[in-house]
Design a protein around this ligand. Sequence first.
Ligand code: NAD
Ligand code: ZN
Ligand code: ZN
Length: 390
Amino acid sequence: MRALTWHGKHDVRMDTVPDPEIVNPRDAVIKVTSTAICGSDLHLYDHYIPTMQAGDILGHEFMGEVVEVGAKSTLKKGQRVVVPFTISCGSCYHCNKHQYSACPNGLPADNQDIARQPYGHEMAGLFGYSHMTGGYAGGQAEYVRVPFSDVGPIVIPDGVPDDKVLFLSDILPTGWQAAEYAEIEPGDTVAVWGCGPVGLFAIQSAFLMGAERVIAIDHFPNRLALAKRFGAETINFEESATYDALMTMTGGIGPDAVIDAVGLEAHGLFLDNVIDQIKASTFLGTDRIHALRQAIIACRKGGRVSMPAVYGGFVDKFPLGAFMEKGLTLKTGQTHVQHYMPGLLNAIMEDKIDTEFLISHRMPLEDAPKGYKMFHDEQNETTKIVLKTA
Ligand SMILES: NC(=O)c1ccc[n+]([C@@H]2O[C@H](COP(=O)([O-])OP(=O)(O)OC[C@H]3O[C@@H](n4cnc5c(N)ncnc54)[C@H](O)[C@@H]3O)[C@@H](O)[C@H]2O)c1
Ligand SMILES: [Zn+2]
Ligand SMILES: [Zn+2]
């Protein structure tokens, strides 16, 4: 089959690789029909996430048709499913708490030690996202093996187009969880850093959860325009100082909740960001946490910080004093996708959530390397790329 494989920084290629097979009785094999490129994939493309190996198949946002099932799969051949990016067993201590992205059982035994050393625990298995998360082949491919297929994939009703439901695999639940973690109360003002796919779904979700005002921060005019479309007020951080603008907009109090939907590759010519960048490029540091710092400094006293953004390593200049003195709380994590999928599928079917607005480009899977370059280099014009198999 054809698949998008990683070979190093800014080097992804379409290769012919062996077809996946059923390995365990709970597996299914999916023929991918649509798959998307994620902001998280850019962290791999820029080689910030460790434990990648040449030839790894990328992709964790995908859907398709069930073509093979193991003896214990509950899926049936021919069903259309969206697959969550988290590989979770459904019955362990964490899965029983619906903390699916904490499930340790998706991780093959020989990958468990990789994350234990830096994080204290093993991570969950994820599709197409390094060997620290299991080394699973991802879904930017013609076919993919889906472990625990009786737990993860959600069956899509006939007649609902792929583009309407594909984002159930990651970014829609991620934006929703980000808003939920912001513990929004009616009347709240919520500030969202980053108007990428995650930020834009967090904005829609925040309004649905009762936020009175959402203030969106980015520097790409097209992305800010999408945020405006959902009713957000906007700050272009290249045109005005974000902290000052937020204080003016909130009468000096600051937003009740702040959401960091930027992540470890923050943009902007700010002193702390430049230092982080130099440290990252000389292997003295990993993450550029400028947006998170700014969010903590701007958040009102007693407010909430939600951090869907991905970070990988150790950081300095974390404003711990501000965080403590202002009495903030922080919630974060990989999304517990399986927990949110059924409710969000209903919300899509009832037209409460718009998903298709996000897609700026559709292209054949064969053009995936071009898609990565566009999503990386032209973020203003490229909000989300969906790759289609033949
Ligand atoms: N927690 C999870 O399970 C999960 C799932 C999916 C994605 N993510 C993470 O969420 C983050 C966002 O994902 P995405 O797909 O929307 O990515 P993206 O790269 O498309 O969007 C990031 C946006 O942040 C903006 N930005 C950069 N620097 C900024 C700054 N200083 N201030 C304000 N905005 C700034 C960029 O211009 C861009 O529009 C990434 O870190 C991604 O890895 C997490
Ligand atoms: Zn993703
Ligand atoms: Zn589990």
